[in-house]
Design a protein around this ligand. Structure first.
Ligand code: SAM
Length: 246
């Protein structure tokens, strides 16, 4: 099974592909979306969960999603058709690092996909020229809740900082947080139980599938890495950012 297929199955019972509850997603959108008409961009949109919610809630919005996962984009298009918002959604199957736009966006989202750009600072550097001057960037990124042990560093790499360090980097790059949300312990646990549980459940329901044994193994390994390692160490923060005035 490839990573994208695993990720699609693992996220199927979760509101978005990141450790955020339904209510947290709603609050972040409330703070990030433009008041009237506007254009949104999601870099690494997956199955388009953020954009679909925004388009459903606000008829004046149009949106563009970019992702390398063709099946994820197909799922996003099908969901958009069912929700009656497909005419306001453009989907691009391409590397988010290569996306170019003719017109600026009012909000650029990159939640749980900053690795595509090599980290948070690089993601914000990529978002900057795509944003209208008063636009917002909404970025979701991991951070260390406490000093990472070698096993956590092995899994997540050494690109994260503590919360203060994460926000300091953002402000040093000329961004101002106008809202933020740190995923609670309950949100993080819910996410991990959903991720590992959905994958295991799919494997049990599809015993004849050639990917079944692989899925069960990945779910078990992931669960051990989480419960026996990075639980309470890895955190996740979603920031709504505006650019400092020039
Ligand atoms: C954890 S998912 C997050 C999806 C979505 N932002 C959400 O919150 O529901 C990460 C996504 O980033 C996408 N991705 C990774 N590297 C990418 C790249 N270079 N260009 C575009 N998408 C990429 C993956 O295909 C995957 O759909």
């Amino acid at each position: 099974m490839d990573r994208q297929q695993i990720s699609r199955i693992a996220h199927r019972h979760h509101p978005v592909a990141a450790p955020l509850s339904d209510g947290s997603v709603a609050r972040l959108l409330e703070r990030a979306l433009p008041a009237g008409d506007g254009r949104l961009l999601d870099l690494g949109c997956g199955q388009g969960a953020w954009l679909l919610r925004a388009l459903s809630a606000r008829p004046g919005l149009r949106a563009v999603g970019v992702d390398l996962d063709a099946d994820g984009l197909t799922a996003a298009r099908q969901a958009a058709e069912q929700l009656g918002v497909v005419r306001r959604l453009g989907l691009h199957h391409q590397d988010a690092r290569e996306f170019e736009a003719k017109e600026p966006f009012d909000a650029v989202f990159c939640i749980g996909s900053t690795h595509a750009f090599g980290g948070l600072s690089q993601t914000l550097a990529a978002a900057r020229p795509l944003l209208a001057p008063s636009g917002v960037a909404v970025v979701g990124e991991g951070y260390w809740q406490r000093e990472p042990d070698p096993a956590s560093l092995e899994i997540f790499g050494d690109g994260f900082h503590d919360l203060a360090g994460t926000v300091a980097r953002v402000t040093a790059d000329g961004w101002i947080p106008v809202y933020g949300h740190t995923s609670s312990a309950a949100e993080l646990d819910e996410y991990e139980f959903c991720w590992t549980g959905s994958l295991a459940e799919w494997a049990l329901d599809h015993p004849a599938d050639p990917g079944s044994a692989d899925a069960l193994r990945v779910a078990a390994e992931h669960r051990e890495e989480w419960l026996g390692g990075y639980r309470g160490v890895f955190g996740f923060v979603t920031l709504v950012l505006r650019r400092a005035a020039p």
